[in-house]
Ligand binder design. Structure first.
Ligand code: 5GP
Ligand code: MN
Length: 343
């Protein structure tokens, strides 16, 4: 992922105190927030001046993470973020592969001679936009890549309990609690190393997953009972939640996280789609089992992308129109979707 020369250059670059801005993608998830905090503590431990920026709000169930209150939300504090970005020596892009994933922040990323570094595990990173790319799609999470990045630079000694907690959050959330993207032994070796640093994995799991409001759980029940369509011939399930549905359940950021995973529990379903109506736009989430690439689907048809088995997209049209369009688009994939995984 880094040539010998690049490694030596990065070591030299990080040897003296620098002003560093870390960024992650819109609608930040556990891997985004964890990656920011892991790099924040690692680089602070090394003596740098470090700031973190995200384009918009992250779910409250990450508020317990030490340092999360230092993350600047661009939507709330654009001026401050712009000032910091302008004067940064180093800009890190964490857990995203393309600058359009940081929305308005992209306009202000520091130009040369500032150094731009990408650490990410999504398909097809925009390599030409960065001076260094630490990118590999085989890794469970950007957090796991960060552990490897720090280790490559000979800096394991700077991984303390704060870094470890943040990295564990990345790994546990991006693997659905070790249920997907986790077939590499290295994922468990790194997790074991994090546990040896004294993190309380059970407690962290509770803090992330067992903090639903009553309304959030009722929204999940409603989504499955009242808003789920199953297209048997396409081995596909679709859940849609309108603005009115969300407001009926007092929607808070993060309340729909995970909803898209449930339909995959049906044996017959290979593709699960969630449509949520937000700010007059529609957000799409795709999940698949097996070889069907939802990254390709989101890229080709829905202005998005992601991974083979998890991707997202965005469109600007009424829900009913989108559902009709999905049916037409997926009819062309009916052969690819018609498989039965061996259990
Ligand atoms: P989610 O459905 O959880 O929002 O996103 C699933 C995966 O797809 C994540 O890895 C996320 O980074 C990626 N993703 C979500 N939305 C987009 C998008 O609009 N563009 C791209 N390129 N990737 C996305
Ligand atoms: Mn990720």
């Amino acid at each position: 992922m880094l040539t010998h020369t690049e490694k030596e250059e990065l070591k030299a670059l990080l040897k003296t105190k620098k002003k560093i801005v870390l960024s992650s993608h819109s609608n930040p998830d556990g891997d985004a927030i964890g990656s920011l905090l892991a790099m924040y503590y690692y680089l602070t431990n090394k003596g740098h001046e470090v700031y973190m920026v995200v384009p918009n709000k992250f779910p409250e169930f990450y508020d317990w993470m030490p340092g999360s209150d230092l993350i600047i939300n661009y939507e709330k504090n654009a001026k401050k973020a712009q000032q910091l970005l302008k004067s940064a020596d180093i800009f890190f892009s964490l857990d995203y592969n393309a600058l359009n994933r940081i929305g308005p922040v992209a306009e202000f990323i520091p130009p040369s001679p500032a150094t731009r570094i990408l650490i990410d595990h999504h398909i097809d990173p925009e390599r030409d936009k960065f001076d260094y790319c630490y990118s590999n799609t085989a890794f469970s999470s950007t957090g796991e890549l960060i552990y490897s990045f720090i280790s490559t630079l000979g800096d394991i000694k700077f991984i303390d309990k704060s870094v470890a907690e943040a990295l564990y959050t990345c790994i546990v959330t991006d693997t659905g609690s070790f249920s997907f993207s986790c077939n590499r032994p290295e994922t468990y070796e790194i997790t074991a190393a994090l546990l040896k640093l004294g993190i309380d994995a059970e407690k962290m799991h509770r803090l992330i997953y067992d903090t639903f409001s009553e309304q959030r759980l009722r929204l999940l029940g409603f989504a499955i009972s009242n808003r789920m369509i199953v297209w048997d011939d396409l081995h596909t399930s679709l859940i849609y939640l309108t603005k009115a549905d969300l407001s009926k359940f007092n929607f808070e950021v993060g309340d729909t996280e995970g909803v898209v995973n449930y339909p995959l529990m049906m044996k017959k379903v290979n593709l699960s789609i969630l449509i949520t109506e937000k700010d007059n736009k529609l957000r799409l989430s795709f999940r698949s089992k097996g070889n069907f690439s939802v990254n390709d689907l989101a890229r080709k048809h829905f202005n998005g992308g992601g991974h083979r088995n998890a991707s997202g997209g965005n469109v600007n049209k009424p829900v009913k129109e989108l559902i009709d369009e999905l049916k037409v688009v997926l009819d062309d994939y009916s052969k690819e979707l018609n498989y039965e995984l061996v259990y």
